[in-house]
Ligand binder design. Structure first.
Ligand code: TYD
Length: 214
């Protein structure tokens, strides 16, 4: 029997990494075979993406060095995703192992389309990602951009190229629209503003429901 594919999504600071880890620990305790992973992945393309996100990789623009444009980023994320699917996600699922991914294709559909400045680019971003199978369950952690900004400040991380407060606010709106935009996909919005364990319990209930359904 194939494993389940569960994905966490949300804006930066929504808690996808924390909730992925907590879900992984809970499933291990339940004796469920489970594999935890993330995008950008730690594969070769993922490493390049992380350098671009932190500003260590720049391109020569007409007026000097700058971050790679949105099309380059979209293609890099899509390439990282096919590599991640081939090397990690699909083999684990085929072995009956549940896979939890901290971000996946919806991050590309939302971040790359939004940073392109034109929602008309969504079909192209969908097109370059069409090889990516849809997860069995996607949990969107819905937090206000004010709360997410507060958490990001608390983390003291190096600033990343998508760290703009106004951009994050627009991304949060797009995430809220996701279930209506893709009604054929199982996408659940969870209020991520609350206490960590409370959010975790809501996520675990959704995943247990998925397993009970089989
Ligand atoms: P993030 O989860 O913040 O990684 P880290 O915890 O290592 O900083 O993800 C990195 C950023 O990449 C985040 O701002 C979302 C963005 N991103 C995209 O723009 N498109 C994508 O397809 C993915 C997977 C991530």
């Amino acid at each position: 029997m194939k494993g389940h594919f569960v994905v966490f999504e949300g804006i930066d600071g929504a808690g996808t990494t924390t909730q992925s880890r907590l879900l992984h620990e809970a499933l291990v305790r339940d004796d469920v075979p489970v594999h935890l992973t993330a995008e950008p992945s730690d594969g070769p393309v993922g490493v390049v993406i992380r350098q671009a996100l932190s500003g260590r990789l720049v391109v020569k623009g007409m007026s000097g060095l700058r971050a790679p444009g949105w099309t380059t980023m979209a293609l890099l994320f899509a390439a990282d995703r096919t590599d991640h699917l081939d090397s990690e996600i699909l083999p684990n699922l085929a072995d009956g192992i549940t896979v939890i991914s901290d971000r996946y294709v919806y991050s590309s559909l939302i971040y790359q389309t939004e940073t392109s400045g034109d929602l008309g680019n969504l079909p192209w971003v969908e097109h370059i990602n069409r090889q990516a199978p849809r997860p069995d369950l996607t949990i969107v952690l819905d937090v206000t951009s004010a709360e997410a900004t507060r958490r990001r400040r608390h983390r003291h991380e190096v600033e990343q190229i998508y760290d703009d407060r106004e951009l994050q606010e627009r991304l949060a709106l797009r995430y809220r629209e996701l279930p209506a935009r893709y009604p054929g996909d199982r996408i659940e919005l969870i209020d991520g503003n609350g206490e960590t364990q409370e959010v975790h319990r809501a996520c675990l209930a959704l995943v247990r429901g998925l397993r009970g359904a089989r």
